[in-house]
Design a protein around this ligand. Structure first.
Ligand code: BDR
Ligand code: CA
Length: 321
């Protein structure tokens, strides 16, 4: 049994968030202590349902606590990515009787789990950073208690996705993102561009290989990624995008990272055209680094990792249609 990594996944569960959860649920290196939900991609209750669907297809329904967190960004109204992801799970449903989320709020769960084993828990934050920023504000010890915060967000001096300047997670709650990068965490960033667009897109031959696995997980992957694939193609991306599962993967398998560098990262909250823009300064502007930004991964190894994960034979607990 390899050494395991204690983690929480903070997620706006839709499309690739589901695949990141599968990594947390099924990778033998992962010790997934909880799933915490934050407002982001799609309707909040759909996100919760998508998390239950994912636990179900992994054969682990009811085994990992799901905590509901902030239902809107800190300052601004919530904006969704339903135009990208549909309902986030390809229309899949199941009987949710008895699938109760935990009574404890996600922010309190994050604070408690970090405090229970100070310096040991890593957090994979793959939605807007509202829960993480709220935990920072609520508990002065939270930053110190977290081992490493893995953040999917921003672009590294490259194009955004929701606007020319901004990536979705930082755009939706820029005040939260700014708070988190100023808080003093040990942070690792997986950016949208160029990293995800260059190295974590699965084209049709790869999607065919995954479909041919014909496992419950591979069928789930194909359904859950279908709406996003259609959107991606409409904007010139030749396949499905996997920034969130990459973020979980690099925590569990740091050997996937072939190049990273220290940066000073800050997030624009005041710009007229640049709301949520991540200013990633690469060391020549006299700013103290506050994050490690991943610049390059072993892309074939990442694809092999996901394919292997989806080949895992699981028995879904409940029927999904
Ligand atoms: C990020 O936004 C969401 O739509 C995805 O889940 C990912 O976390 C990419 O910009
Ligand atoms: Ca996400």
């Amino acid at each position: 049994m390899p050494e395991t990594t204690p983690l929480v996944i903070d997620t706006d569960t839709a499309q690739d968030d589901c695949i990141a959860l599968l990594a947390g649920l099924l990778d033998p290196r992962a010790d997934l202590r909880a799933v915490t939900m934050v407002a982001g991609n799609v309707d909040f209750d759909h996100q919760v349902r998508n998390a239950h669907l994912t636990c179900n297809v992994a054969g682990r329904l009811g085994e990992v606590p799901i905590h509901l967190g902030c239902r809107r960004p800190m300052v601004r109204p919530w904006e969704s990515a339903e135009n990208v992801h549909g309902d986030g799970a390809g229309g899949l449903t199941m009987d949710l009787t008895g699938c109760e989320p935990e009574p404890e709020h996600a922010v309190d769960a994050l604070i408690r789990l970090a405090a229970e084993n100070p310096g040991e828990l890593s957090i994979v934050a793959i939605g807007p950073l509202t829960n993480i920023a709220t935990a920072v504000v609520k508990d002065p010890d939270f930053v110190r208690n977290v081992k490493t915060l893995y953040v999917m967000g921003g672009s590294n001096n490259a194009r955004g996705n929701i606007t020319a300047a901004a990536e979705f997670n930082f755009y939706v709650d820029p005040e939260a993102a700014k708070t988190v990068f100023a808080a003093g965490f040990e942070i690792v960033v997986v950016p949208w561009a160029p990293l995800t667009l260059d190295q974590a897109v699965f084209d049709q031959p790869k999607l065919d290989e995954i479909a041919a696995l014909a496992t419950p997980l591979a069928d789930f992957f194909t359904k859950v990624c279908a709406a996003t694939l259609e959107f991606d193609r409409s904007v010139g991306i030749d396949g499905t995008t996997h920034p969130d599962s990459l973020t979980a993967a690099v925590l569990l398998h740091p050997e996937l990272v072939t190049r990273s560098a220290r940066y000073h990262v800050d997030v624009e909250t005041a710009g007229e055209l640049t709301r949520g823009y991540a200013a990633m300064s690469w060391g020549v502007h006299g700013l103290e680094p506050n994050a490690t930004v991943i610049e390059e991964i072993d892309a074939p190894a990442f694809y092999a990792y996901i394919k292997n994960l989806l080949a895992t034979p699981t028995t879904p607990v409940r029927e999904m249609a």
